[in-house]
Design a protein. Structure first.
Lengths: 420, 515
């Protein structure tokens, strides 16, 4: 039987050490040899190729691979089915579901799904059950909508108050019903914001070194640099404790990937912050499934209504137990599809925030994309041009995030008395 | 198309049997493999395939052009021909290889560095008070361009050096587009791959156990270990460095070292394993790098295919260690700075490379001092001229001092590991946040206790695993190799189950894809 060729020098103590896979590159048993007492002569570092031992016919190798994949598919059938459900609506998703559905049935019939369930119970990643966003209510979450609020009478600056009266009239609900008028054109860009991006909420208490205000930030990847910038603003202030949890490739549109309302409930119960920042939308330009099981197609009134329901639910979860919530509004994006959808998302979030006294909506578009038009560079505080957006035309650069950080912090600084 | 996805599993399940079925028909096999590899690459963006095709055709033409300049031959071997003719051909070949290499670097430079250079130039001019608008093209970096460009360069340079004959366009297309190594290495040289193409793979001799073992190990490293550490320790630390202090920051820094190792070595483990099942042997790319006892030793164990490439195609042409002490230091530093720049178009990577270059130079200086105290270079083989050692000795090949006590060896290991960790911080820490902010956290925040014990355990286990003797692993693998097909398949399926259950939803991009 051929051996793996190798030329890697032994370590200084004479052993060949490796991780399990690295070790495969060496001759088995070589570790038992002691290092020579004399220093070896320098030599060219010969090329080490991998392979050559334990050879079998290709048919046997193929049989092993196929059998392993079939068995693996049965063991992971639940996961495969969920992955198929996560696919964008279309023929690929249909085909994937057509395969994984029966696979799941077989797996459950013979009990091969049980090892995975057991593993998940014991040591699986905790990403929360797929419940709230998918339609089932988070029963214990009270609505943060003010039943007496009349958005038309007491508008918040920057908020579109053309919707929501009906919702408010219904009073608190476990899960907010859609509040957006079904006739709103979904792809209409938000009106240029000329109002100040934030409001000044009522003071709550004065944060001290002994009793600092705890801030928690959650959202998709867009939050990454924003959280870092906010962190730099408060780094030297012992009256503020900041924590952030941003999940790449997540959002409110796909609770099957990560159910944010459920995740929020869990994290906030554990972290017990007084202030919650939320930022969503970077991945939400896609179709959704309504609680009734129908498909809400992006760009339709049904999509707008469903997204409003989900935004409202996230706000309610965040605002529970008397927490203050800051919703970071989306600026305009460069990609056409996300730009159109993002404008609707921003509009919906403003409407939902206007219904909830605990929620402050900060319009970052006023700073980063004045007039609602995407621009890669903006003028900084000192007049210098700042490259505010990453090459993808979506994410903020550190410099861009630094531009909006003071505006984001301002309402909380006012509430907790640590502002300038 | 990422390796650890259902989509790739389906793709590979189609390619693997078809490849072996077509093996008796070499031309059809080559055409099939090129089509499959282009399909794999096009899954990211079909536009990229035009670039890949252009690279193949351009380098094929360039290599033929170089070869057409005529052979130079080996004077010592008694080649025929007058010296003047030989020198003329040598000069012609030199000019032609320079043009071909420059064309490759121009393409790489446009896609990878044009924006960076524009922004840096603009910043420099602005600092000098010149308000000039420097264009900074906003170009999307094609996946794997750094890897396939370096592989193409190995082909044309080896043809120039007459170590390799030109090959057919189809063979070059198979080599450069071969999907297991296409997007993130290992950097397989033409001289390592093309000879394997010329000999038909033997369907009776497939290194299946090793291949499947590597695939399984790579999956665990990438999907479970790397993803977990990123989410649980690394991302939170680098997002809000000021909010983490003391022990928590230290653990986060160690976790980052393990994360990037697990991520990249996991990918290349899978690449090597997938190629093995198709009948190809790739060079090893990692060799327990965190057991290194010096920076030089580290570079012999970390991304070994890149280290060798830099040595043979950059350090040696720069002069290696031929020109005396200071030229050696300069060449070391320059090689590592350019190696850093290869990793990414940002000043952080330049600084990272410069740190490693300076570290290697300082190590060299210490070696020389020690040798000087002993009074005889021949008592220190790393410095003595060694026949056949070549000029790349200092960068990579010189053996590490072996007379240290166990305590001294461990001290060197610990120091080297921490040097690598500190340099790595520069790469990861965002310019605005600064590596200093993360490092600063290590010295403060003694009161924080929010360290995740599972993270500590995973980091400790991964470090300890690097010290597992290869013989032990070899014995385990030999046992697995003797199992029947059903048992091996069950073992592999169990690994898939573990990866699925313990990994996150979805697969994070591989860190090295951005390079």
């Amino acid at each position: 039987m051929a051996r793996t060729s190798t030329s890697i020098d032994p370590g200084p103590d004479g052993d060949r050490h490796a991780t399990p896979s690295d070790a495969l590159l060496h001759i088995p048993g070589a570790g038992r040899h002691r290092a020579p007492r004399r220093r070896p002569a320098p030599r060219r570092h010969r090329i080490t190729t991998v392979g050559g031992d334990d050879v079998v016919p290709a048919g046997r190798a193929l049989a092993t691979v196929v059998l392993a994949l079939v068995l693996g598919a049965l063991l992971c059938a639940d996961s495969a089915h969920r992955a198929a459900e996560r696919q964008p609506f279309g023929p690929v998703r249909d085909a994937a579901l057509a395969v994984t559905g029966p696979l799941r049935t077989v797996s459950h019939a013979v009990g091969l799904h049980l090892p995975r369930e057991w593993l998940l119970d014991v040591a699986g990643p905790d990403d929360g059950p797929a419940t709230a966003g998918a339609g089932a209510p988070l029963d214990e979450v009270p609505s943060a909508v003010d039943p007496a609020a009349d958005p038309a009478a007491a508008p918040k600056p920057g908020a579109d108050t053309s919707a929501g009266g009906e919702q408010a009239a219904e009073g608190p609900s476990k899960v907010p019903a859609p509040v957006a008028p079904a006739t709103t054109a979904p792809a209409t860009p938000a009106a240029p914001t000329t109002a100040p991006p934030t409001i000044a909420p009522a003071p709550r208490r004065v944060a001290t070194v002994e009793a600092p205000v705890r801030i928690w930030m959650g959202g998709d990847s867009l939050l990454g640099n924003v959280a870092a910038s906010l962190g730099r603003l408060v780094d030297d202030d012992p009256r503020v404790v900041l924590d952030a949890d941003f999940r790449v490739g997540t959002g409110l549109a796909r609770p099957d990937v990560l159910d944010w309302p459920a995740h929020l409930a869990e994290q906030l119960a554990a972290q017990r912050p007084e202030v919650v920042y939320l930022l969503f939308g970077g991945n939400d330009d896609q179709d959704m499934t309504t609680p009734e099981g129908s498909r809400a197609v992006l760009g339709t009134p049904a999509w707008r209504a469903e997204y409003a329901r989900r935004v409202g639910l996230a706000m309610d979860v965040a605002a529970a137990d008397g927490r203050s919530v800051v919703w970071i509004g989306l600026p305009a994006h460069e990609p056409e599809r996300l730009r159109a959808a993002g404008a609707v998302m921003a509009e919906v979030a403003r409407e939902q925030a206007a219904l909830r006294p605990a929620v402050t909506y900060v319009d970052t578009s006023a700073i980063l994309t004045p007039g609602g038009t995407y621009t890669e560079t903006v003028a900084g505080a000192d007049g210098a041009t700042v490259d505010a957006r990453e090459a993808d035309g979506v994410h903020l650069t550190h410099a861009g995030a630094d531009l909006i950080a003071p505006a984001l912090l301002a309402p909380v600084a006012t509430q907790f008395g640590f502002g300038p | 198309m990422l390796f650890p996805t259902i989509r790739f599993a389906i793709f590979y399940l189609l390619v693997l049997p078809t490849s072996w079925l077509l093996m008796p028909r070499p031309v059809r096999w080559r055409v099939f493999m090129v089509v499959a590899s282009f399909g794999f690459y096009g899954a990211w963006d079909w536009g990229y395939t035009v670039l890949l095709a252009a690279s193949i055709v351009g380098n094929h033409a360039g290599a033929r052009w170089i070869e057409a300049a005529g052979p130079v031959g080996d004077r010592d071997a008694g080649d025929d021909g007058d010296d003047a003719g030989r020198e003329g051909r040598r000069a012609r070949r030199g000019r032609r290889v320079a043009v071909t290499v420059a064309a490759n670097l121009a393409v790489l430079g446009f896609y990878k560095y044009a924006g960076f250079l524009g922004e840096s130039s603009g910043g420099l001019l602005s600092a000098l008070g010149l308000d000039l608008e420097v264009p900074a093209p906003d170009v999307v970096l094609p996946v794997g361009i750094s890897f396939f460009t370096f592989q193409a360069l190995s082909y044309v340079i080896d043809v120039h050096r007459e170590r390799l004959q030109t090959t057919s366009l189809l063979d070059l297309a198979v080599y450069l587009s071969f999907f297991p190594h296409l997007v993130a290495g290992p950097i397989v040289r033409a001289s390592e791959f093309l000879p394997q193409l010329r000999h038909r793979r033997d369907p009776r001799r497939v290194a299946a156990t090793l291949g499947l073992w590597l695939i399984a190990a790579g999956l665990v490293k990438k999907v479970v270990v790397s993803s977990y550490l990123a989410e649980a320790a690394v991302d939170p630390l680098f997002a809000l460095p000021g909010q983490h202090g003391g022990f928590e920051a230290l653990v986060g820094i160690y976790a980052y070292a393990i994360q990037i190792y697990a991520d990249f070595s996991g990918y290349t483990d899978m690449a090597i394993g997938l190629a093995l099942l198709l009948g190809f042997r790739f060079p090893a790319n990692f060799d327990a790098p965190y057991t290194a006892t010096s920076l030089r030793d580290f570079w012999r164990r970390w991304h070994m295919t890149l280290s060798r490439w830099l040595r043979d195609y950059l350090y040696v042409p720069l002069g290696g260690n031929r020109g005396g002490r200071w030229r050696t230091y300069r060449n070391l530093s320059l090689t590592m700075v350019l190696g850093g720049l290869w990793h990414g178009a940002a000043w952080t990577f330049v600084v990272w490379g410069a740190l490693h270059g300076a570290g290697l130079a300082v190590e060299r200086w210490f070696d020389e001092r020690r040798a000087g105290r002993r009074g005889a270079a021949e008592r220190h083989p790393t410095l003595a001229p060694v026949r056949g050692a070549g000029y790349g000795t200092v960068l990579l090949d010189a053996p590490v001092t072996t007379h240290s006590s166990a305590a001294a060896t461990w001290a060197r290991r610990i120091v080297t590991f921490h040097l690598v960790c500190v340099a790595g911080l520069v790469c990861r820490a965002a310019p605005a946040a600064g590596a200093g902010e993360v490092r600063g956290g290590v010295g403060g925040g003694a009161g924080d206790v929010a360290v995740n014990p599972v993270v500590v355990l995973v980091v400790a286990l991964m470090l300890a695993a690097q010290h597992v003797p290869a013989a032990t692993v070899g014995r385990v693998r030999a046992v697995v190799a003797a199992w029947p097909v059903a048992a091996q398949a069950a073992a592999l399926a169990t690994v898939l189950l573990l990866v699925d259950a313990l990994g996150p939803a979805g697969v994070a991009p591989f860190i090295y894809f951005q390079f």
